[in-house]
Write a protein that binds this ligand. Sequence first.
Ligand SMILES: Nc1ncnc2c1ncn2[C@@H]1O[C@H](COP(=O)(O)OP(=O)(O)O)[C@@H](O)[C@H]1O
Ligand SMILES: [Mg+2]
Length: 335
Amino acid sequence: MAQNGDIGIDLGTSNVVIYMKGNGVVFREPSVIAVESETNQIIAFGTEAYRMIGRTPSSISIIRPLAQGEILDFELTAAMLRYYISNVIGKKFFSRPRAIMSVPSGVKEMERKALITSLFDAGLRRTQILDRTIAAALGAQLNFLGSYGSMVADLSAGGTDIAVLSNGIVSVVSSVQMGGDHFDDAIIRYLRKKYNMLIGERTAEQVKITLGGAMRRNPRVTMDVTGRNLISGLPRTISIDSDEIYESLIDNVNDLIESVQAVIEKTPPQLASDILEGGVTLTGGAAALYGLSEAISDVIRIPCRVADDPKDCIVLGCAKVLNDPAGMRHLLSAS
Ligand SMILES: Nc1ncnc2c1ncn2[C@@H]1O[C@H](COP(=O)(O)OP(=O)(O)O)[C@@H](O)[C@H]1O
Ligand SMILES: [Mg+2]
């Protein structure tokens, strides 16, 4: 049985979220590190580093060590995770908590093993890896332990993992490079093309959350957006409306919907008919894009809903396995 203090970890490309038995979700910080360029020395992690994006002197680089569903810089990823874990476990170091961790789908087997070793050094007794779509489905309260088929799509910053699960295993899975970061990039490109205005990634994310959508917002919403005019080089503020941002995102949204459809087409007929009935459940931060579930169900004509607390589904799925090791042990990978 899990002990109080044992933890669940969602290592995401955008955020790290940690659950602690006895305390619930106790930690959420961006997967960002500030590094002094010349010496390679780490200056700040998480929120503190995130705040420096776009406003640091050139001697400091702000690094996201994970992106597009992969680890780009293993050393920095491991250092960040060790720092976060030691913050969370604090004085529990000597009792050596156990952990269930979910990592982006593109993290390689060797890197998974190396992360586990690195977390042992940070004070964890044993870390086991839980498949990302299984964690998402458990956290979204889908029941796929029996023969009935369930479908989940986890939309992260770096990409989307789409899976059909039944009998406690993943039956069909697909990982596509379309997630929150791609939406942000589309907004940056659109404003550059239409207004010759360059905005940073933090502004783009804010625009996406306030104005963006997979459907037109009715009534329309407007927002003043400040960027740099590429001709004059000077800062400029323009009023942007939600229809424009909707248009900037259409192609990406359609790609995503096609990917969901492609997974259904690859699903064995019996499971596919379960999905027609039970629908698709969306998890992950980017699932909160305005109108996304409606847009998906309009096109593919099956029910689609966003899970409760979509940002927490992965870590809550890890927590479920932590709390029921006997009943759910078979869901953990062999590692
Ligand atoms: N209300 C929202 N509307 C659209 N996108 C959102 C919203 N809230 C968060 N996001 C996006 O969700 C992504 C982060 O989701 P998260 O699951 O934390 O990522 P990851 O799994 O990659 O760590 C970011 O791209 C962020 O911009
Ligand atoms: Mg996520």
